[in-house]
Design a protein around this ligand. Structure first.
Ligand code: FES
Length: 573
């Protein structure tokens, strides 16, 4: 009786009236027997499968395995599609649609007779968008991460998805990298189903959900095509039924302590800068305060323990064989909140009791880390009053303190037009300034912050330069790149006021990014600044432009922050 009272699906299927008839009758056309409607927990399998999201192309098969587990545990599985975001395909950028996808997930869960949800995720934005949407409903929810591709191999070496892309211009400029070479590399890079195999954003997001306690232990690093992925998918299907019985909702797992753990873990694995934006947005949905500064104060003293591209040399497959995330969690035990509850109903510390490392070249110890301090540094200064970020483990140490002359590009289009002009007045000491790539600016905050260096400097052997922008950077990328400048240039942040020839000072140790222009002159430029026209007057993009918040707030729509719960008001039938 008590169990039935908690199942919201009974509001649909439990009635003896006309509407009970309607809700059951039409579903019966799928051939469900009576017992499916008499008190089984109804579990939604929220699937981000799409042919247009190659990283999630195997999720249809995985959904069948999850379905098996739900049935075994006595649940009633119902799979439903949601908007999928394919990082490499969508234009102008998937980030423009993360919030839209989260709305789809939220409303699909709330509007349907679901008691619990399994989120099938993979490519970068498919994890945060589904978790954000699910948080705003707050039902028992478990995540099944789709897993990384097998390691790419190219002419005897490793080829990391994404990370290799950032070398192409240099290879073409300096190594006679031909069209045939390119074709061969293209085929070698993506050997199997799964998402990017570096510690890029997709792996970072999968690691994040495991560190938050939203997956079964050890799930995030298993390659997409490994049979153990299927085992854990099946067990996740079984487990979500138990979570419904225990009423283990997202808000019971996603506490402030869980977020603190995930911040520390992200530092130790050298995770993507994109984590900050997505994690802040998730925390704001569930009602936990996580500030930009938290990532620095909690994460930047944590050593880098994982030797994965783009900060290191291995790939996710190696990480899994070395023991995966449970080994990192065990190593970090002294820094973590140990009593947080996770999806399997056990505490974090219980889950990692048996973790063992099988390759110390891939996962280091705290005593002998790959880098003494990692994490993400949060900068402040007159160029970024609300903050900006840089990933020191992916940057060039000697550029972490740098003063250079600004070479300004007003937009990506301007950058593409001029960056390789022979007479562009630029040398390796300059600071490349890219405007209009923030949340409102592009719009959608694309991953362009790590723009390629000018060909003439690459030919000289220059490998890195300071680049600053209000955009993001792919988690697979590297370089001394300052990102997420807030407020962004499109709303009149100081970045909008930088002119060619201004001097810019970066001091990562002092967490400072400064435009060395007198305050009076900045005020004069600000008074003369004109806001750009909105990119469109209609549709979702108009809604996005009217409501998107800045990067330091997670770039969520202000109207989506928080949760509305699972109650549905009004039934007009
Ligand atoms: Fe999908 Fe990298 S492109 S995870």
């Amino acid at each position: 009786m008590e169990k039935e009272k908690r199942l919201r699906s009974r509001d649909w299927f439990g009635g003896a009236d006309k509407m009970g008839f309607v809700h059951r009758s039409w579903l019966r056309n799928q051939g469900y027997p009576d017992d499916y409607f008499s008190g089984r927990p109804v579990i939604g399998i929220c699937n981000t499968w799409s042919d247009l999201t190659p990283c999630n192309g195997h999720l249809r098969d995985l959904a069948e395995i999850v379905r098996r587990g739900i049935l075994e545990a006595g649940g009633f599985p119902v799979e439903f599609p949601v908007m999928s975001l394919g990082e490499t395909i969508m234009r102008p950028t998937t980030m423009l649609f993360r919030n839209l996808a989260s709305m789809d997930v939220e409303e699909s869960i709330r509007a349907n007779p679901l008691d619990g949800v399994v989120l099938l995720t993979g490519c970068d934005k498919t994890t945060p968008s589904t978790v954000m949407g699910a948080c705003s409903v707050d039902l028992p929810t478990i995540v099944v991460p789709g897993g990384p591709m097998l390691s790419g191999r190219f002419r005897g070496g490793m080829i990391g998805s994404g990370s290799f892309n950032w070398m192409i211009k240099e290879k073409q400029t300096n190594e006679n990298f031909s069209a045939d070479d390119m074709h061969e590399a293209e085929i070698c890079a993506a050997r199997s189903a799964g998402h990017c195999n570096t510690m890029g954003t997709a792996s970072t997001m999968a690691t994040m959900v495991e560190a938050l306690g939203l997956t079964l232990p050890g799930f995030s690093s298993i390659p997409a095509v490994d049979s153990r992925k299927k085992v854990l998918a099946q067990l996740s299907g079984r487990r979500i039924v138990g979570m419904v019985e225990e009423d283990l909702r997202l808000s019971r797992i996603l506490t402030r302590n869980a977020f603190e753990n995930a911040i520390i873990v992200n530092a130790a694995v050298g995770g993507s800068t994109n984590l900050l934006i997505h994690m802040i947005a998730i925390a704001n949905r569930i009602g936990v305060q996580v500030k930009l500064e938290d990532f620095d104060t909690m994460g930047s003293k944590i050593p880098l323990l994982v030797n994965l591209m783009p900060s290191g040399k291995y790939l996710m497959e190696d990480f899994f064989y070395a023991g995966g995330l449970p080994v990192v969690l065990k190593e970090l035990e002294g820094f973590l909140h140990k009593d947080v509850i996770t999806a399997n109903g056990k505490s974090l510390i219980e889950n990692i009791a048996g973790a063992q490392c099988y390759n110390r070249d891939v996962i280091a110890t705290l005593d002998k880390p790959f880098q003494a301090e990692a994490g993400i540094a949060v900068l402040k200064g007159n160029l970024c009053q609300n903050g900006a970020v840089i990933k020191p483990s992916a940057a060039t140490p000697k550029l972490m303190k740098h003063r250079g002359r600004a070479v300004v590009f007003e937009s990506m289009e301007d950058y593409h037009m001029r960056i390789d002009l022979p007479d562009l007045d630029i040398d390796e000491s300059c600071v490349i300034v890219l405007k209009s790539v923030g949340p409102k600016g592009y719009p959608g905050m694309p991953e362009v912050g790590n723009v390629d260096l000018p060909a003439k400097l690459l030919r000289k052997g220059v490998k890195d330069m300071v680049r600053i922008s209000d955009g993001r950077m792919s988690g697979t990328a590297y370089g001394t790149v300052v990102l997420h400048i807030s407020p962004e240039s499109a709303i009149g942040g100081t970045l909008a006021l930088v002119h060619d020839g201004d001097m810019i000072e970066l001091d990562v140790e002092k967490r400072r990014l400064h435009l060395d222009v007198p305050d009076d002159e900045i005020r004069r430029r600000r008074a003369a600044w004109q806001p750009p026209k909105p990119a469109t007057e209609r549709g979702y993009v108009r809604l996005y432009l009217d409501h998107v918040q800045q990067a330091d707030k997670g770039a969520d729509l202000d109207i989506l922050v928080g949760k509305s719960g699972s109650e549905v008001k009004g039934d007009l039938h």
